[in-house]
Design a protein around this ligand. Structure first.
Ligand code: UTP
Length: 291
């Protein structure tokens, strides 16, 4: 049964400094909701019931965000702010929260390993808090479907322009139809010339216990980090790994440019602000770009 989802949130978020100095970058809001909340809601929509946050010093606000806040609830009740009260209560009971610490930021593979003792010997999901995917159906739900069909580990892939592949793990993969691929090899951040494809692995995974087993003996890369990509590559020698495309639009909310793009697009589709924001942007475009 796939019920546990791991959210590695222990990184320093250096691409988002200075905003991420004291505030976890995963809690920086897109319009009015922290990036991580979109990702946790996606997992809940796909049937996951336990969120395992791999956190670090200075990131306790992440656990607090998904916890009850009885003082706030009492205040909102006393002021008669029923709608806000309901929203805060729903958020506090969205998911069961477990937190473990990654004491040093030694890479994504190392972060996932910190959750190992909580994962029994069942498959589990990993979702990266800065990969926000917006759409009608939960992206991780598609990976769950492919895992149910194959019983194997599944990674989400997205086709990117050649010059961008060096920012991602890259999958050498054979198409099986319907957006599903059999993975033959994985390369972490290849140069465009060395990349075996333009299929970039993005922050959604279903992993079998074999991946944890392999991660335990995966050596650190030259920068001292244990890469999840390397753990998966070693898993390929023991069992099949699949990749699939996913529904929705993906934003890298840990990157300032993509964060702006997400903010504008989510602002436009916001139920309360969308219409106002659209006419604001139209006016702005007329004044600045003579559109
Ligand atoms: P990123 O590389 O995007 O995050 O890792 P980062 O290291 O925090 O950010 P930059 O690159 O310096 O700006 C993807 C996810 O993995 C977590 C991060 O918190 C992020 O959500 N992560 C990364 C860990 O939990 N531990 C690590 O050692 C590294």
């Amino acid at each position: 049964m796939l019920t546990r989802a791991v959210f590695p949130v222990a990184g320093f978020g250096t691409r988002f400094l200075p905003a991420s100095k004291a505030i976890p970058k995963e809690l920086i809001p897109l319009v009015d909701k922290p990036a991580l909340q979109y990702v946790v809601e996606e997992a809940v929509a796909a049937g996951f019931t336990t969120a395992i946050f791999v956190t670090a010093e200075g990131k306790a606000a992440i656990e607090d965000h998904f916890d009850r806040n009885l003082r706030l609830e009492a205040f909102l009740a006393q002021k008669g702010k029923q709608e806000l009260l309901r929203m805060v209560q729903e958020l506090g009971s969205l998911v069961e929260v477990v937190a473990v610490r990654q004491k040093q930021a030694l890479g994504l593979g190392h972060a996932v390993l910190q959750a190992a003792s909580l994962l029994a010997s069942e498959p589990f999901a990993v979702l990266l808090g800065d990969d926000v995917i917006v759409g009608e159906n939960p992206a991780i739900g598609r990976l769950v479907e492919v895992h149910r069909q194959t019983g194997a580990s599944v990674v989400a892939v997205m086709e990117v322009p050649g010059e961008e592949i060096s920012r991602y793990g890259c999958a050498a993969a054979e198409p099986l139809g319907n957006g599903v691929f059999r993975v033959h090899d994985l390369v972490e951040k290849p140069s465009p010339e060395q990349a075996p494809s333009r299929w970039a692995v993005i922050g959604r995974y279903i992993l079998t216990p074999t991946v944890l087993h392999e991660l335990r003996t995966t050596p650190p890369d030259p920068s001292g980090e244990i890469q999840l990509t390397e753990g998966l590559r070693r898993t390929l020698k023991r069992e099949p790994v699949y990749a699939c495309t996913f529904p929705g639009t993906r934003y890298d909310a840990g990157n300032k440019g993509d964060f702006l793009r997400a903010t504008v697009e989510l602002g436009l589709s916001h139920p309360e602000l969308g219409r106002w924001f659209k006419s604001f942007l139209e006016d702005l475009a007329r004044r600045h770009f003579q559109v």
